[in-house]
Ligand binder design. Structure first.
Ligand code: PEP
Ligand code: MG
Length: 943
């Protein structure tokens, strides 16, 4: 619980070139508050920030722990700060001649764009408005500010924070909005700026009456009541539906709380010498090192983000097809542009990262309202990180940490097949807000997007503009398409954060919400129709166009980043691959070997007809002779596949797992196949049916699979081992490099390993002799995928040269959750927070992870240089990769497309490790780490 003594500091002031806080205090002041303090008070910056103060996140915690009340001392601290603001601005809060008006905004540790509430113009009432009119000389502006305050206050404080459920789902904001639209329509106005003083005055009256009627309470006239109502509402919005949903998606802890920022208002809507805008120190769409931004003349900050008017570009570089005819800020207000340009440069140099800036120009004076680290998509993140490193703005560790492993997925995103783009007409063009190609069926509301996606449909959400209410539907959609808004609109911002394909400001499209259609230059698209988006160019196509993978080799920034990664990373990354094509793919992505070659995969897919038939023949064979014949035929295919892959891997280790087929998946069931088999085996159909029936298992996942097959039928192991040794020997004799690792699956006792090793040793000798080789280099090891094997790892290591944790099965058997059926109950577990993550995606570090750690440690007790890796799906999950590094694994292995992600995650882990060691070194009082960590040398001890 927060301290409540009068000494407790709950309020941090900034302004007048000074600040109580600074950028390092994000946990206490939230991101916005900490940055306002830094911009206002840091000697390198001292930017023109309107004065204000931040109420700490501790107060938010207090508020929720104390029945939504505030600590007593807060009132005094707020009053003192208001007084300081009054002194600096020369205005007085609640004064009728020169009133100070303030904004009340949220600000969590991590930015949650638009998810919480903001109230502007607090302090206006029937009396103070007179002062505002007198000072600004603009009655229209004053009434416009007033009607905005009433709308925001009624919506945020009087309805949402009060927990009032709107009737028929129509909230007060919507009702008031409709009143405004009605005036516009009846008078034939095109935009809000056409409203006259008379219209606005009448609207203020109407708004107040509506608020009283609908919410049963009058809009408060008292500025202090407005202020405290606003503060409470911002805290309450931390637990609003949208904010909770966003935190769930972004994994932001619920107990962080938000700060509240109260700041003197400055107005971008005081006429044509006023403006407001959003800008980025580098282009957030592609990472280019160019100042990029948008602005609106005579507008309030919300207007740019809300996408109501198409914003103008700040400079030539920021022009796009929608805005190219609009005058740039550089042209229109050259002096102010120059000032802004200098500030943005100063900010980036100071923060050493791309900044997202909000600014306002009030009657020819520039104010900086906010700066924060700008969100960027994966492509931009990679480019900015590597270029800032080249510019010597950041060091290698910072550059690597700037790219989240999962952001690389965007670089691997499919694009629309260029051939298809050539022959299909573009039906509409918009702004390319989120790159990549994506397709789906059209839906027109967030709720529908959620519902359709739930049914397994791929959808594209098409909206005029999105608001924070749409966040769930946006998340569930393949792509987002809006008809309004610019590159800094809500949709663009959120999509960019997620790396989702997104086109905004697509003015070619006209949505007819009532009959769920849209028209794009003559093409009619109905709900449920397929469309395809090119988010890199901003093109919309009718229908479902094919998507293709992009060519990473041509991405210079990506290659630069991977070079840095290779310098830092300690743990090796391999790929799971069973075809030469996948192996090549893995190598291109930087794989340093194959960690899992699943032999049985040659029985799926292309060209698998014949080997599959032979496998089936082997499975239903009853006598050793029958089986031998089938195996002999199968041998040719197995050896060919293994040899081709070994050759591609050019001496990198290739872990070949002995057959682990879930037999039931391979037994034929259709009668044509059964007939063919019976003919081939020379047995009757009824006998064959009996054999197939006898193979039936009630629980095949725990049945006759893995090593059990090799124990029951040693000839199966023999055939595979022979294929491996012969393939390796032939490549070596041809002067090529080849190195295989024989891996025994589903083991639970060392006796199984010993049993199979005898076969391996015998065949090894035979092949060496036959091929005239003194030795064929190889390793013999096992998967650890049964809990007992992890528990008995010290014994397993007596025979095994390496372990590879099969975390798919290990998770299945540790939790007792079927890997094939978890979908039936996992969503409830996640919703109820019984589990934080799907354990089949991210290693359950405290349970399954304990087994892995113990298995590794016990194994290495027996064999200090035991090679340890992982080949379950977790090998491509960033958090799991970091865990594997921490426990000292030699390598992780994952599907080819996850290799870059795993490499980057491994580099992150190595950096975190270095940072922890550096910290520990500076604190010599701490005991030496006893967590069984293995040195870099040890990790790299790959035979
Ligand atoms: C595992 O169990 O983690 C594994 C890699 O093997 P499979 O998925 O083939 O059972
Ligand atoms: Mg397995």
């Amino acid at each position: 619980m927060a301290k409540t003594t009068s000494a407790a500091k709950f309020v941090y002031f900034f302004g007048g070139g000074k600040a109580d806080g600074n950028e390092s205090m994000k946990n206490l002041l939230g991101g916005k508050g900490a940055n306002l303090a830094e911009m206002a008070g840091h000697p390198n910056l001292r930017l023109p920030v309107p004065p204000g103060f931040t109420i700490t996140t501790e107060v938010c915690t207090w508020y929720y722990q104390n029945n939504k009340t505030f600590p007593q001392v807060l009132q005094k601290q707020v009053a003192e700060s208001i007084h300081r603001m009054e002194k600096l601005t020369g205005k007085t809060f609640g004064d009728i001649t020169n009133p100070l008006l303030v904004s009340v905004r949220s600000g969590a540790r991590k930015s949650m764009p638009g998810m919480m509430e903001t109230i502007l113009n607090v302090g206006l009432n029937e009396q103070t408005i007179k002062g505002l009119i007198a000072r600004s000389g603009d009655e229209r502006f004053a009434y416009d500010a007033y009607r905005r305050l009433i709308m925001m206050y009624a919506d945020v404080v009087m309805e949402k924070a009060a927990g009032i459920e709107p009737k028929n789902g129509k909230g007060i904001r919507k009702l008031l909005d409709e009143k405004l639209e009605k005036v516009k329509q009846s008078k034939g106005y095109f935009s809000d700026t056409d409203l006259t003083v008379g219209d606005l005055k009448a609207l203020v009256k109407e708004y107040k009456a509506t608020v009283l009627k609908v919410l049963g309470k009058a809009f408060p006239e008292d500025p202090n009541e407005q202020l405290w109502g606003g503060i409470g509402a911002v805290f309450a919005s931390w637990n609003g539906r949208r904010a909770i949903e966003y935190r769930r998606i972004e994994k932001i802890p619920d107990d962080w709380g938000t700060a509240v920022n109260i700041q003197a208002m400055v107005f971008g809507n005081m006429g044509n010498d006023s403006a407001t805008g959003v800008a980025f120190t580098r282009n957030p769409g592609n990472g280019e090192n160019r100042f990029y931004g948008e602005y609106l003349v005579n507008a309030q900050g919300e207007d740019v983000v809300a996408g109501i008017r198409t914003p103008a570009p700040v400079n030539e570089y920021s022009k796009n097809p929608q805005s190219e005819h609009l005058p740039t800020l550089e042209k229109r207000m050259p002096q102010l542009y120059k000032e802004l340009y200098t500030y943005q440069k100063r900010l980036e140099k100071h923060y050493k990262d791309m900044q997202d800036i909000e600014f306002t120009i009030e009657k020819g004076t520039l104010y900086m309202l906010q700066c924060r680290v700008g969100k960027r998509n994966g492509i931009a993140a990679v480019r900015m990180a590597t270029e800032m490193y080249s510019e010597k703005l950041i060091d290698i560790h910072t550059a690597i940490k700037r790219v989240a492993p999962n952001q690389l997925i965007e670089l691997l995103l499919p694009m629309i097949d260029p051939k298809a783009e050539q022959v299909n007409p573009v039906i509409a063009k918009g702004l390319p807000a989120g790159p990549g190609g994506a397709k789906g069926r059209v839906v027109f509301s967030s709720a529908e997007a959620v519902e359709w996606a739930h049914r397994g449909e791929k959808v594209v959400l098409v909206r005029e503009e999105t608001s924070p209410e749409d966040v769930d539907g946006m998340h569930k959609s393949q792509a987002i398409l809006t008809t309004k808004g610019g590159m800094t609109s809500h949709a663009a911002l959120v999509a960019r954060g997620w790396g989702k394909c997104c086109i905004v400001g697509c003015g070619d499209i006209e949505i007819h919400q009532e009959n769920k259609t849209f028209r794009a230059n003559g093409t009619l698209i109905k709900e449920g129709d397929w469309i395809t988006l090119n988010g890199t160019k901003g093109f919309v196509y009718e229908g479902s166009l094919p998507l293709v993978d992009i060519d990473l080799d041509k991405n210079q920034s990506y290659n630069d980043l991977m070079k840095l990664v290779s310098k830092v990373k300690v743990m090796a990354v391999r790929t799971n691959a069973e075809t030469p094509h996948d192996a090549e793919q893995g190598l291109r992505f930087g794989a340093e070997g194959i960690g899992l070659f699943r032999t049985e995969h040659m029985f799926y897919g292309e060209n698998s007809e014949q080997p599959l038939f032979l496998l089936r023949k082997m499975i239903v064979s009853k006598t050793a002779k029958e089986r031998k014949t089938a195996l002999n035929d199968l041998f040719v295919f197995v050896k060919k596949d293994i040899k081709a892959t070994l050759e591609v891997m050019k001496g990198y280790p290739v872990t070949i797992r002995l057959l682990d087929p879930p037999l039931h998946e391979f037994v034929p069931h259709d009668s044509a196949k059964l007939h063919e088999l019976s003919r081939e085996l020379g047995i009757s159909m009824s006998l064959l049916r009996r054999r197939v029936l006898a193979l039936h298992e009630n629980n095949p996942m725990l049945g006759h699979r893995g090593v059990r097959l090799g124990i029951s039928y040693p000839e199966i192991t023999e055939m595979q081992v022979r294929a491996i040794f012969e393939a390796t020997a032939e490549l070596l004799k041809d002067g090529k490099k080849a190195f295989s690792e024989i891996m025994v699956p589903v083991t639970c006792t060392v006796n199984e390993l010993t049993h199979q090793k005898k076969i391996v040793d015998r065949v090894y000798k035979e092949v060496c002799e036959n091929k005239g080789l003194a030795a064929i280099p190889y390793l013999y090891g096992t998967m650890i995928e049964i809990p007992r094997a992890a528990i008995k790892a010290d014994h397993m290591a007596e025979v095994a040269d390496f372990f590879s944790f099969g975390t798919n099965d290990l998770t299945q058997m540790s939790f007792g959750f079927s890997r094939d059926d978890i979908g039936g109950f996992l969503p409830v577990y996640l919703d109820e927070k019984l589990l934080h993550d799907d354990p089949f995606q991210t290693i359950d570090q405290e349970g399954v992870g304990l087994l892995i750690r113990m298995g590794t440690e016990k194994g290495r007790k027996t064999k200090p240089h035991l090679k340890v890796g992982i080949c379950g799906e977790h090998g491509g999950d960033a958090e799991s990769v970091k865990f594997c590094h921490r426990i000292g694994m030699n390598y992780v292995s994952c599907s080819p497309f996850r290799v870059p992600i795993a490499r980057l995650a491994a580099a992150h882990a190595a950096i975190e490790d270095a940072e922890t060691s550096a910290k520990n070194k500076s604190k010599p009082a701490l005991p030496a780490p006893t967590n069984g960590k293995v040195s870099k040398k040890h990790r790299l001890a790959i035979s």
